[in-house]
Every structure is written in C-alpha cells, then in structure tokens.
Design a protein around this ligand. Structure first.
Ligand code: SAM
Length: 297
C-alpha cells in the first residue's frame, strides 16, 4: 500500500465539507484524504498538490480532481490559474508518505542502506549528501541543533567533518557510522531519526514551505472556510499553533484599537487531536500525529 491515511475520519469531519464546494489537499500522497473529500463534495472540485512525481500514479480518473505535481508553497498561483479562489477548505497532512520511507534508494529510512538523498521532489537538485559533504561545520551544527533538536550538534558536525575528509559520505549507513559516537547508548535509533529529520527538513525546506502555505491560506480561504493540518513533529506543530492563534509564527498576539486580538482564524480544536490507541496499533506511523483545525474568520 502506498500510504495509510492518518486521522482520516477526524480530518474529513474537520473540513466540514459542503456539497459543491472547492477544496484543497496540499499533500496528496496515496490519495487517502483526497478520496475522503471526493466522497463528500458532490459536484464540487478538489485541487491537490504533491511534489513527489510518484504520487501522480495514484490519481483516479475523476474529473473533479486536479492533481498538481508541485510544492504546495505555490498554492496561491495554481488556485488563481484554475480560477478556484476562494476555497472552502484546505487540508495538509505533512511529512513523508510510507511509500517514500519504504524505498531504500531515497534514503528516508534509517533501517535500510540507501543513497543519502532525502528529496521529496527529485526535480530539486539539493540532496542530503550535498548538505552533509559540502556545508560548513557551523552550518551543519545549526541544522542539527535547530531542526533535529540535537543538543550535541557541534560534536555531530565535527565527526562528519572528520569522516568526509577521508571519504565522500554517500549512503545512509556511512552517515550513521560517521556519527555513531554521538548517539546515546541504547538510543541509537532515536538519535538517527532526529539526525535524518534535521537533514530532511533542510533538503526540502519543509518549514519554509509550511510557513508559505499558512500565510497563503488566509488569503485563499472563504470566511468560514476550514484549515485542517496534521503534523508529525514539534517544530511544525509550534509553527502551526502560533500562526493559527496569533497570525504570526512567533505567537505574539497583537490587538486592535478596541483591544480585540487581530487574528484570522478561530480555533476549532483547542488542543491538538491525536490518534487513538487502536489507530496507533494498526499504523505505527500515526503515533506522532497532531491534528489542528481552524476556521477562517
Ligand atoms: C503524509 S503524506 C500524505 C498522505 C496522504 N494524506 C494520504 O492519505 O495518502 C505527505 C505527502 O505530501 C507530500 N509533500 C510534503 N511536503 C510537500 C510540499 N511542500 N509540497 C507538496 N507536497 C508535499 C509528500 O511528497 C508526501 O507524498
């Protein structure tokens, strides 16, 4: 299976779908969430994005669906091109698909030996191998600290520097070997997961794309339109939470002349929705998911 959709029922309900409406699925993947939307929109339409060309083979023959092989950071341009503005709802299920993780040659999994690639879109030129072999030690340290929340980022960068002088680091296993000394004993897999998360965020500019999507959603949504976002790590969730609550990424609420907060969204979920034990037991990739739902004011 290409991908098992996470929090499917909760996220589709969160969109509060109206028959005949226009909806966006920013992260099509295997199309699980899109199928859920298509079931409910009647004669409406769905504009979907995925930057991975592999997702295109999951497109059903349905004239209500347009699937665009682009980064969702270009959502505004494409919605205007398709004369689909304003929209009734936007859904984003961030991160990578099971299909991407399960393909060893793409380097997303710490379990298999694979190329140090980590690109969601193979049209992009920057790979994780280039980051690891060409970035300065200072820049690598910052990436590990900021995107992997690895407090020993400086040591990791130093070990990488030592290894890459001897030999170009080409594979996931070579990177793991080079940084093994930095992993706390017994916590190696958790350490590598964070290390790879940091590289993946850098290679795909994941936080930059997310911020652009959030910014554009204010302009693209109708009043009363819903924004439904599933994230898988705290860096993304913090950005989403701050933006929905305050309209900026720092979480600083500004007030108008009358003292009312100047915000664009009303939170539908006060706390993030997380998958139940049953879903996690059936699909371990759901375990870190957090769903937030907000309504455009
Ligand atoms: C978790 S999967 C989505 C799975 C989908 N909801 C389903 O049910 O099959 C995330 C997908 O979003 C895509 N993606 C991630 N970031 C993206 C971005 N900035 N622009 C476009 N696609 C993106 C990935 O390539 C991946 O296929």
């Amino acid at each position: 299976m290409y991908h098992e959709p996470v929090l499917l029922k909760e996220s589709i309900e969160g969109l509060n779908i109206k028959k005949g409406g226009i909806y966006v699925d920013a992260t099509y993947g295997g199309g699980g969430h899109s199928f859920g939307i298509l079931k409910k929109i009647g004669k409406g339409s769905l504009i979907a994005f995925d930057q991975d060309e592999d997702a295109l083979k999951n497109k059903p023959d349905d004239e209500r669906l347009v699937l665009i092989n682009q980064n969702f950071r270009f959502m505004r341009n494409f919605l205007k091109l398709y004369r689909a503005v304003p929209v009734d709802g936007i859904l984003a299920d961030l991160g990578v698909s099971s299909h991407q993780i399960d393909e060893p040659e793409r380097g997303f999994s710490v379990r298999f030996e694979g190329n140090l690639d980590l690109r969601m879109s193979r049209k992009k030129s920057l790979t994780a191998a280039q980051v690891v072999n060409n970035y300065s030690v200072t820049r690598l340290k910052d990436i590990f600290l900021k995107y992997g929340e690895l407090s020993n980022g400086a040591k990791i960068a130093f070990e990488i520097e030592k290894a890459r002088i001897r030999k170009y680091i080409q594979t996931t296993r070579q990177l793991q070997d080079a940084t093994l000394k930095c992993a706390p004993k017994g916590m190696e897999n958790k350490f590598y997961a964070k290390l790879f998360q940091a590289l993946r965020i850098e290679v795909n500019d994941e936080l930059g794309s997310l911020m652009e999507l959030l910014d554009q959603s204010v302009e693209m949504l109708k009043p009363g339109g819903r924004l439904v976002i599933i994230s898988y790590h705290s860096l993304e969730d913090r950005i989403i939470k701050n933006f929905l609550k305050s309209g900026n990424f720092e979480g600083r609420i500004s007030k108008d002349f009358f003292g009312n907060p100047e915000v664009s969204f009303r939170m539908i979920t006060k706390k993030p929705v997380i998958p139940g034990d049953e879903e996690v037991a059936m699909n371990s990739r759901a375990r870190s998911a957090k769903l937030r739902i907000a309504e455009k004011l």
